[in-house]
Write a protein that binds this ligand. Structure first.
Ligand code: ZN
Length: 145
């Protein structure tokens, strides 16, 4: 596995090439008014601030920050996310096509599944489907009897 090693605000980042690519793509094309502050990238949250009133800068922005524990990026928005989330989950919320591509890239690099912060593509259909709903048609058929 090839990692890009950078030092930013005194923190050594062991960012994978894949994460770097998606992070830069998000910053260049998908996130608004990105600022670097205290080791975080801060931006207007595409989930809840895209139609904010223009000219008002009192709103808190969402943030992308480096998690040393996971050696990976985490996203958070104090307005709409209750807890920090992974790059994969964040992409699922803002751009599903990018999320699937990211997951495939991680899968091919052997960095999905158990012990990673990105599920295997094969697990995807289960992670979308709340427990108990997998066999909904059968249950509905039962209800109508
Ligand atoms: Zn938000």
């Amino acid at each position: 596995m090839v990692y890009a090693r950078r030092v930013e605000s005194g923190i050594v980042l062991m960012e994978s090439i894949i994460d770097e690519r998606y992070r830069l793509d998000l910053i260049r094309h998908h996130l608004e008014e990105v600022e670097e502050k205290a080791g975080k990238s801060i931006f207007f949250c595409p989930l809840c601030q895209s139609d904010r009133p223009k000219g008002k800068y009192t709103q808190k922005k969402g943030a992308m920050f480096w998690s040393e524990e996971w050696s990976a990026w985490r996203f958070n928005c104090l307005k709409c996310l209750r807890q920090a989330t992974t790059m994969y989950r964040y992409l699922l919320l803002v751009n599903q096509g990018m999320a699937q591509q990211y997951q495939r890239d991680r899968f091919h690099a052997g960095r999905t599944g158990k012990g990673s912060d990105c599920p295997n593509p094969a697990e995807l259909k289960y992670s979308y489907c709340p427990k108990g709903l997998e066999d909904l048609p059968a249950k509905m058929a039962m209800d109508s009897i």
